[in-house]
Write a protein that binds this ligand. Structure first.
Ligand SMILES: Cc1ncc(COP(=O)(O)O)c(C=O)c1O
Length: 307
């Protein structure tokens, strides 16, 4: 049976052959624990640290600002709960948007049950948050702003740089869920002005079940996974060397081809839209006409989720 053509690269991507090649020795040969000080450990430690450097280069940060996680959901949980618990004595208010992935919204809803207050900002017809609304929502109790970089359904890119400036002005920690944008558009944490940024490997040709959280130097998070002192004592658990090596390689490839791939995706996306529009003149586009992921075309009819 012929399979349908797979177009949903926001749901997940296949593992790139280059990534699989880099991973293979850690599946078949190198098995040491990266915490071991002997040769078996140093071999795998080297792979973990190379991957950390590769992710850091893609995000334009220091390698020690990268913590490996099990993916986008864990990164979001760590960023949001970690900030909330760490700053409980400073305030209990969090600002987010109505169009976040459940990996952010559910975390916020969970924290509401724990006594935190959450403001869910509305978006415009294109799915964009207005930075003016962000600033208006700030109270003396605000400890965190969490607004995604790009939406997983309609692809709209949020004005994160402007929100970053506001967060900095008010000395509030700013987190962005970049699960959909990393590898597709520039995700320079310095330009974005974020303190925390979530990465999900399987959205850009790395395996499923691996991700990272950028934690700006000086930002403190309460640990969520307790145990030994792995990952600078931020997340316990022997590192998933095989997948970390794959994530690093995927980041290196993404950086190498970012401009070329962005332009190529955009060309294909717009060609698909133009051809469909010829056949279906009533076709409507969901998402922002300009500030939108280059790979994302969402046909109008799906209402944006409301909370
Ligand atoms: C915007 C966004 N955030 C978070 C996630 C969760 O990532 P993961 O599947 O790696 O836990 C996804 C995955 O669909 C996503 O699209």
């Amino acid at each position: 049976m012929n399979k349908p053509i797979y177009l949903d690269y926001n749901a997940t991507t296949p593992i790139s052959p280059e990534v699989a090649t880099v991973m293979r020795p850690y599946l078949e040969e190198y098995f040491g624990n990266p915490s071991s000080s002997h040769i078996y450990g140093t071999e795998t430690k080297k792979a973990v640290e190379l991957a950390r450097k590769q992710i850091a280069e893609l995000l334009n940060c220091f390698p020690d600002e990268i913590t490996f996680t099990s993916g986008g959901s864990e990164s979001n949980n760590f960023a949001i709960k970690g900030t909330a618990y760490q700053n409980r004595d400073r305030g209990n208010h969090i600002i987010t948007s109505t169009v976040e992935h459940p990996a952010v919204t559910e975390v916020c809803q969970f924290l509401e049950k724990e006594g935190f207050k959450v403001t869910y900002l509305p978006v415009d017809e294109f799915g964009r948050v207005d930075p003016v609304d962000v600033e208006k929502a700030i109270t003396p109790a605000t400890i965190l702003i969490t607004v995604m970089h790009a939406n997983n359904e309609v692809g709209t890119i949020q004005p994160v740089e402007e929100i970053g400036v506001i967060a900095k002005k008010h000395n509030i920690i700013f987190h962005s869920d970049a699960a959909q944008s990393v590898g597709k558009i520039e995700t320079d944490v310095q330009k974005m002005g974020v303190d925390l940024l979530s990465v999900a490997g399987h959205k850009f040709y790395a395996p499923k079940g691996i991700g990272a959280l950028y934690i700006k130097r000086g930002v403190k998070l309460q640990k969520l996974i307790h145990g030994a002192d792995h990952e600078q004592n931020l997340r316990a658990g022997t590192e998933n060397v095989l997948e970390i090596a794959g994530l690093g390689k995927a980041a290196e490839i993404a950086k190498r081809y970012l401009q070329k791939n962005t332009a190529h995706m955009k060309m294909l996306r717009d060609q698909l839209y133009d051809n469909l529009k010829k056949e279906l003149p009533d076709l409507k586009l969901n998402g922002h006409p300009e500030f939108r992921l280059p790979n994302t075309f969402c046909r109008g009819c799906l209402p944006l989720r409301k909370y």
